[in-house]
Design a protein around this ligand. Sequence first.
Ligand SMILES: Nc1ncnc2c1ncn2[C@@H]1O[C@H](COP(=O)(O)OP(=O)(O)O[C@H]2O[C@H](CO)[C@@H](O)[C@H](O)[C@H]2O)[C@@H](O)[C@H]1O
Length: 511
Amino acid sequence: MASAAASAHIQATPTLCAAAKPPLQMHSEHPQRKRVLFVTSEFADLIKCGGLGDVSAALPRALSPQHDIRLLIPGYRQVVESGRPIRIVGQLPGLAALPPCQIGRMDLADGLIVYVLLNPALYERNGSPYVDDQGRDWADNHIRFARLGLAAAEIATGDAGIQWRPELVHANDWPAAMAPAYMAWRQASTPSLLTIHNLAYQGLCDMRCASELAIPESACGVDGLEFYGQLSFLKAGIAYAQHVTTVSRRYAREITTPEQGCGLDGLLRAKVQIDQLSGIANGIDESWHPESDPHLLQGFSAGDWAGKRANAAYVQQWLGLDDDGPLFAVVSRLVQQKGIDLTLQVAEHIVARGGRIGVIGQGEPALEAVMAELGRRHPGRIGVHIGFDESDARRLYAGSDFLLMPSRFEPCGLSQMYAQRYASLPIARCTGGLADTIEDGVNGFLFDAPRADAYRQAIDRALQVFDHPELLEAMRCQAMSAPLYWHQSVQPYDRLFQRLLSQATAYRALR
Ligand SMILES: Nc1ncnc2c1ncn2[C@@H]1O[C@H](COP(=O)(O)OP(=O)(O)O[C@H]2O[C@H](CO)[C@@H](O)[C@H](O)[C@H]2O)[C@@H](O)[C@H]1O
């Protein structure tokens, strides 16, 4: 339902937004400058549930000097009520059960352009992009995110009425993964790229939804979207995109195995054989800087730990912790992937060894409840905040000595890199991007088996380092310089964009 406040920010007349500032510095002399539509369900400036929101805010900005890259996001309440003007620039008709929508345009202060898919009934709700206030999936998620994919295809084929047409569509995760499929069914000549940030979330719905979503019957078989009797949005993206990337090189290999392939490993192996699957590691954006981060109580740098102590003092007070012992942090979505059950098993060990644990997390209601109960059982030693708060999360990274991240799988992981940058040493499982970004005993600690005993041994090694200040100092300094900023990931994306575009040109010439 549209709220009055929401409507107030949507301008129907195509006048220039007052908030628009001169665009980002554009190297217009770049001969390979391309128009790219980045399709995503989260964007940290406005709405973030996890790492996808961070990447969607940082990667397009990092690529902006090379390319005219614009975002397409759903018009959630948090987006239309953000106070940033939106002007209507396009109209989309309905198709089957996918309703008509408008396209709004938001010009951000740094020049980034965001297209907003507007349909109050579909997107302007309380709750998160994916679940309601009780943590239940929205029952019409298949409609909401198929609509997003169709809108991307309509923009790509020039049917949205907006004065801009991408040369490449970059879809992210299952909520955007129908874009390559709708583009193929509309014979778009524009190539598409799908980035998988997490293979475990696939966007499954009942096969009977096919007609509501205008999916051609010929695409409903095992060579198309069918996945064990259901329709899979992610499979659609993998099948129809010209290329698939994931967010670390190791995870790109892992998802081709039956253990980590979530039932899609066969299809992904086929993609490898035709050179259509690769891994490009995430970076971190420059707001994650311990000297200048405005969220922190006090900044700090390697060797000058007064600011780190000030953040620790804040965390102590906020979470009701005692003031002695090493501080272990958990900053995480509370979901099975993150190995929260393993942390529950080692928590008493940490407390018995004189440690404290500070938690900020949100996610599955059952895991939230056990985590909160753990905090109640150990007042002063374990403090738990169930919720999502950017400032508190950053202060917890900055104030802690170690980050606990025993993920069962981890496509890349940003939290461990944020912790490293803020001199909190990650204790993590040797999997996916964690294995690619942490050097055991140098800038963090890794353990192999997803078991409490292996995890406890890594914690004991961390505690030994904590007892040797010169070692701790050396590891902190190594960690702070380890994570790569995004500009280091630009080149591989750039090369991939150019390759996909030249393949598309060659293909068009053959037709
Ligand atoms: N309660 C809370 N309050 C405030 N902030 C919180 C929070 N809980 C988590 N966060 C923040 O959410 C982000 C989590 O990002 P990650 O990349 O570590 O994991 P996530 O599984 O969400 O991302 C998925 O996508 C990313 C992006 O590609 C991959 O790196 C990753 O492996 C994959 O699982 C971080 O910015 C973290 O600080």
